[in-house]
Design a protein around this ligand. Structure first.
Ligand SMILES: [Zn+2]
Length: 144
């Protein structure tokens, strides 16, 4: 696992440590590890902070998707990640290339009783984009 941080520009503990390697479609660094594609920040968390708990997501306290400073990563519930993403605008409009856990989050919001109109507004996407996300999300959930 030494190579996990090999492409990371390490700085002071309080600084962001940007990744210099391959970045996935959603803007998060990706790495192949034990035959599986990982979001690198999840791998870094697992290695330096602790186990990944069921139903929890690893979020960037610093909002920098490229940052792999373990102290900038926080494990939290999906819903507070959604709240933060909505507040900070990390989820950009129009994109359908979002991570599986984010697609699941869209579905989760709908399941929690949010109307499609509300969810569209939250993510600043059109109704047709949302429909596409929902079908992708259902697919993703089916594949868990
Ligand atoms: Zn950071």
């Amino acid at each position: 696992m030494q190579h996990v941080l090999s492409k990371v520009l390490r700085g002071a503990p309080e600084e962001c440590w940007p990744y210099q390697g391959k970045v996935g479609s959603a803007g998060y660094p990706l790495m192949r590890f034990e035959g599986k594609q990982w979001l690198l920040h999840r791998l870094v968390y697992l290695k330096y902070r602790g186990p990944l708990l069921d139903g929890m997501v690893i979020m960037h306290v610093c909002e920098n998707k490229l940052c792999l400073n373990p102290t900038h990563l926080r494990q939290d519930t999906q819903s507070s990640n959604i709240t933060q993403a909505c507040t900070t605008g990390v989820w950009r409009s129009g994109t359908t290339k979002i991570e599986r856990h984010e697609r699941v989050a869209v579905l989760e919001l709908l399941r929690q009783g949010k109307s499609r109109k509300e969810v569209c507004k939250l993510f600043n996407v059109s109704n047709s984009t949302l429909s596409r996300l929902v079908s992708q999300a259902k697919e993703a959930v089916g594949n868990v």
